[in-house]
Each structure stands twice: as structure tokens, then as C-alpha cells.
Design a protein around this ligand. Structure first.
Ligand SMILES: NC(=O)c1ccc[n+]([C@@H]2O[C@H](COP(=O)([O-])OP(=O)(O)OC[C@H]3O[C@@H](n4cnc5c(N)ncnc54)[C@H](OP(=O)(O)O)[C@@H]3O)[C@@H](O)[C@H]2O)c1
Length: 264
């Protein structure tokens, strides 16, 4: 399918690893000019810069200035923005609600909600100038299926899904579409990094991190396809929603969870 994304300008947050990196790569292949924000780069992101038009802006997007800096770079370089992907999100495994203090709640909302609020506020004046602009928010299945292990993250993602709908209502008449993608477990450093969710699941199940992600997680979470999602699969969906092919899709929350969510 031709996505008609060539020469669009996209800002992607949380772009150095995992889903963000996969989105940058997929956009690069489509001829999108990508401005990628994360605190640092990675060898994988550096390698993509050799092949595609990708600018890496080192920013801490949990701060008030981070989003403005990222958007300013994009506009200074390309004079416009067509696509914003609010991909940044992070959490750590929590023992339970009583162990999560104000600092963790605050940080959870800064990373998973306010980063998207600020990036959207900074980018929207430019998106409104573009033709057929769009925002894609990477939310989570936990927005509707909250887990005690990620109580603050679940609440912040619910807020992000809710924000998606508000923004879509306000800006659709002015030509900017806003959609959310809610993945179930995706094989990224979020799970596979040392001390991440694969290690925590492996410790609880008495197995290895690899086995935890390949077998324990799909079985215990009821993933009907029997496997977790791959980052490139989320990236393909993000590109579709961002593209003119999805020109009449706005305010949608699209699940990519292998059938984990059992409700209609
Ligand atoms: N993986 C899953 O199972 C899963 C499931 C549902 C939803 N999601 C959502 O998908 C999105 C991407 O997740 P992922 O699994 O790809 O995560 P990841 O592998 O942990 O990558 C996170 C990215 O965010 C960047 N980042 C972290 N803190 C940052 C900060 N303060 N400022 C700027 N950049 C920062 C990281 O780079 P630096 O460390 O260099 O800053 C990295 O590029 C998130 O919104 C997550 O909630 C993931």
C-alpha cells in the first residue's frame, strides 16, 4: 500500500529504542524527514541516520522545556511539522499501590501524560498550518486494563487515551487528526532491559527472561495469538494512522494486543 508519506516532516518522541526506533526506521524507509527526541542516541538510531534523513535532538521530555526544544528544532530545520508521534512512555514494576509514593506518581504522569500534553501544545500551531496533519499517541492496553504492577502508569495512559479523544474533537474540524494506539506487551527494552518486566516476570515464574516473554507472558495474560507484539508491527500501524490513507480516521484507539483484551 502506498502511504503517501514521502517528504512529510515528523516529530517522534522516545525515539532511540523500542517502538520509537521502529517508527523512525519505518518513516525513514517511506522518505519522511524525521526529528527524533530522546535523552540520548543509540548505535541503532545512529545507523539509521546514515541512511535516512533523521535528526536526533537530545532532550529530556519529562521536563517542561523538552518538548518545546524538540519542536523548535523541527521547525527551524524543516519550517513545518506534518506528524507528531507521542511515543514516549516508561515505568518500572511496582510492588503494589501502597508502595507508590507521590514522587513515582508525579514521574509516571510526567513521562506518560504531560510529555504528550506539552509536545502536542508545542506542535499543534505548526500542525494546523500543514495539510492533512496528524498526531498518533502511543497509549497502552493498560489504559483500559489497569494492572496493580503498573498502577500509576495505567492511570496516566488512561488520561492519554482520554486526551486523544478531546484533541480529536477540537482539531478534526481544523484539519488535524488525533488517534491512539494501545499495544499489549511488545518486545522492546521496556521488557528486555536488565531489571525490566521480563526479569520481574521470570523471577516470579522461576524461569528465564526469554522464556518469560515468549511463553509465560502470552499464557498468563491470555494473548490469543500466543505471542507478544513486535515493535515493527506497532510502527506499521502508527504509519498507517499518520498517513493520508487514514484520512477519515480520528479519535480512534486501535488495539494491537494479539487478542488480549476480551471485551468488544
Ligand atoms: N513495550 C511494551 O510492552 C509496551 C506496551 C504498551 C505500550 N507501550 C508504550 O509504547 C511506548 C514505547 O515503549 P517502548 O517499549 O518502546 O519503550 P522503551 O523500549 O523503554 O524505549 C523508551 C524510549 O523513550 C526514551 N525516553 C525515556 N525517558 C525519556 C525522557 N525522559 N525523555 C526523552 N526520552 C526518553 C528512551 O530513550 P532514552 O533512554 O535515551 O531517553 C527510549 O528511546 C511507550 O509509550 C510505552 O508506554 C509499550
Amino acid at each position: 500500500m502506498e502511504l503517501h508519506l514521502k517528504d512529510k516532516v515528523a516529530v517522534v518522541t522516545g525515539a532511540s529504542k523500542g517502538i520509537g526506533l521502529a517508527i523512525v526506521e519505518a518513516m525513514g524507509r517511506e522518505g519522511v524527514h524525521v526529528v527524533a527526541g530522546s535523552r540520548g542516541s543509540t548505535p541503532e538510531l545512529d545507523a539509521l541516520r546514515d541512511t535516512f534523513d533523521i535528526t536526533v535532538v537530545p532532550v529530556d521530555l519529562s521536563t517542561a522545556e523538552g518538548a518545546e526544544t524538540l519542536v523548535r528544532h523541527a521547525v527551524e530545520q524543516h519550517d513545518r511539522i506534518d506528524i507528531l508521534v507521542n511515543n514516549l512512555g516508561a515505568t518500572d514494576p511496582r510492588p503494589g499501590f501502597l508502595e507508590v509514593g507521590d514522587a513515582e506518581w508525579q514521574r509516571g504522569f510526567e513521562l506518560n501524560f504531560f510529555s504528550a500534553v506539552r509536545a502536542s501544545r508545542a506542535a499543534l500551531p505548526h500542525l494546523l498550518r500543514a495539510q492533512g496533519a496528524s498526531i498518533v499517541n502511543i497509549s497502552s492496553i493498560n489504559a483500559r486494563l489497569p494492572f496493580p504492577m503498573v498502577v500509576d502508569y495505567s492511570a496516566a495512559k488512561a488520561a492519554l487515551t482520554n486526551l486523544t479523544k478531546s484533541l480529536s474533537e477540537e482539531f478534526a474540524p481544523r484539519g488535524v487528526r488525533v488517534n491512539a494506539i494501545s499495544p499489549g506487551p511488545v518486545r522492546t527494552p521496556f521488557w528486555t532491559a536488565p531489571g525490566g518486566f521480563a526479569d520481574a516476570t521470570a523471577a516470579a515464574a522461576g524461569t528465564t527472561a526469554q522464556e518469560a516473554l515468549d511463553v509465560v507472558v502470552p499464557q498468563s495474560m491470555g494473548i490469543s495469538t500466543g505471542r507478544v507484539t513486535e515493535a515493527h508491527e506497532v510502527a506499521d500501524l502508527a504509519l498507517f494512522l499518520a498517513s493520508p490513507v487514514a484520512a477519515n480516521i480520528t479519535g480512534a484507539e486501535v488495539l494491537i494486543d494479539g487478542g488480549q483484551n476480551k471485551t468488544i
